[in-house]
Design a protein around this ligand. Sequence first.
Ligand SMILES: [Fe+2]
Ligand SMILES: [Fe+2]
Length: 279
Amino acid sequence: MPDSFEPLSSLDEWEDDLLRRYPARDTFRDYAAEARPGVREFYRLNHQYQTFEFGQQKRQQYLPLAKTQMGVWQAMEYLNTLVDDSDPDIDLPQIEHLLQTAEAIRSNNQPRWFILTGLIHDLGKILCLWGEPQWAVVGDTFPVGCKFSDRIVFHEAFSDNPDSTNERYQSDLGIYSPHCGLDQVNLSWGHDEYLYHVVKNYLPEPALNMIRYHSCYPVHREGAYGFLMNEHDHEMMKWVNAFNQYDLYTKRDERMDVAGLRPFYQQLIDEYFPASLNW
Ligand SMILES: [Fe+2]
Ligand SMILES: [Fe+2]
């Protein structure tokens, strides 16, 4: 495992790189622009260390959900204590990204559960506060246990991943059967998968898919791994794509009135969640 070196100055740097790779329709795409060195190093670590076995270990460690108990708003405030090594004038506190996403969804008159999904979708990033390295919390997710698609960003770096030389994992299907469905597939570990398990008893299925697959750019943006997906996954990806528009392209420089928005969101949280959740 790597030491405590963290290549990103803030978790937002990965999201900024997503905007470089997937610019909004009406913005100029600079094809020559390259990922910043810290971001490249981040992808390199992520691709090297996210093995099938690593994901299994993290599932065993976290999915008993026995770490702590917190309500949703409390978790938002807790996430907000994450202090990145970043410029506070450029990077918004995490809670504001959550509120911006939710407010953008709300302003389009989407269902209440969709707004709530925007509000909570990145709460899994609290893994960083429990000592998990950046590469094990954020970054594009991808299936493990089968061949790494060349449609995954910076896929060359998988040559350093031990799974690349494991025969069981090197066919297209690897350990999976054709069209088995994404819920049968182990994705690389991160904030999506963790939060999905925390909230899976409380939200409708499209919301759960948005949460679980929102970082799975190889699937929802690149169209890779169709041979693992079933009809239902394709239906659900429409929701994931709808969500992704808000997650990626919500304006970032507009400050949110956190205290003023809280009553609306607390009521929405209480509609779907108990006062305390297991994390
Ligand atoms: Fe996210
Ligand atoms: Fe997000």
